[in-house]
Ligand binder design. Sequence first.
Ligand code: NAI
Ligand code: MG
Length: 415
Amino acid sequence: MFFFPLFLGLINLNQAFSTMSKRTIVSMPGDGIGSNVLEECIRVLDAAGFAAEYIEADIGWEFWRKEGNPLPERTLKLLEEHGVGLFGAITSKPKEEANEELDESLRDKGLIYSSPIVGLRQHFNLDVCIRPCHTYPGNPLNFVRRAAGDSLDEPEVDVVVFRQNTEGLYGGVEWTDPPDKVYEALMSHPRFVKNFSEVPKNELSVSTRIFSKKASARILRAAFEYARKYNYTSVTLCEKPNVIRETSGMMFRLAKEIQKNEYPGIELWNTNIDAQMMWLTKNPENYGVIVAGNMFGDIVSDGFAGLIGGLGFACSANIGENVAVFEPTHGSAPKYAEYANSIVNPIAMVESACMMLDHISENEMASKIRAAIARVVKEGKVRTYDMMKLPGKENVLMQGAASTSDMADAIISLL
Ligand code: NAI
Ligand code: MG
């Protein structure tokens, strides 16, 4: 009799604690398979015991069509308030198609579609992009190379690419038929005069590659900091300072300075993006932390992702000073979104959520989920169509491929 109220009291205390410690995560499924993978990912997070409340935020094509804005203000507010977002994928279409699909009342009003994930990166200055590429032993998609005596060799890849996420060639400062002031400025450069002064202005397209010292230093420090935290012995800057002397050159000079003054125990390696793409398949095991500007970081991270299983395995984080958004690098694969049972691999999304857990210091939970993924992959009993190397069609489930939720179930069963 005495124990009863005490017992009840304990339950209430526990409940109060779990409500208090709950994190709020802004979930942004977006378009196509984005919602399939995010839904399964949240089931995995729940099973791992992550106490969170998910607030679903509007983003993507549907909101472009209905409201003329794929990234509504209310979504920005939610992210501003809660700081952490999980993002599925969005669909982007060319300008003309985007206008045609707009609600009739919004058409021909001068609304211009732009990618909401790029919009998010720019709005919150999510300038540090992290893309890890780790081999899971037993993954049939792992890269193999020919070794001595024609034997096959499967090098272990353990690379983390730090990509500057907001500037450079993707910064959006570009023109076709540049305005007079811009043309004048270009004409003040001897190289421009030599190579382009004969070209009619309206036949010129210019995309700029602008790097700032602040953003370059931030991505470099993020890379070195990561190397120090996880005991990597070197950081590789992957640019092209011998040719692109101003932007790549500035990054190289800064990297040397930061290494010398702040991280003397970590070596700085310097590779050119083109050579790096060649060496990628020759000796991928020699690389650890790689840092690059926006476009070269995009290229080199896709290159390494190809060695560890491709889009079904490639995760990423976009981190700013106040907001961080975690997403698989794949898109919305619209064709697959129409299938009655989703066939795509949720691992890239779940891995992105593990990066989120690390970001909010839930490292143990992240490790637990990664270990479960590793076991599922190693056991090889549950494989999505990409892991079976089947063409992506609705009938892959009949051929023994696991569905998106089968894969999530397999991971959950080990948590
Ligand atoms: P995609 O990444 O959506 O799909 C390309 C192919 O990769 C698919 O057909 C499929 O074979 C495979 N694939 C993708 N995700 C997979 C997964 N989780 N498991 C297994 N296989 C997977 O790229 P695509 O087809 O070029 O673009 C489709 C749409 O997505 C476009 O509208 C594009 O603009 C958009 N997109 C959005 C991105 C984002 O939200 N961050 C990134 C890339 C594309
Ligand atoms: Mg890319």
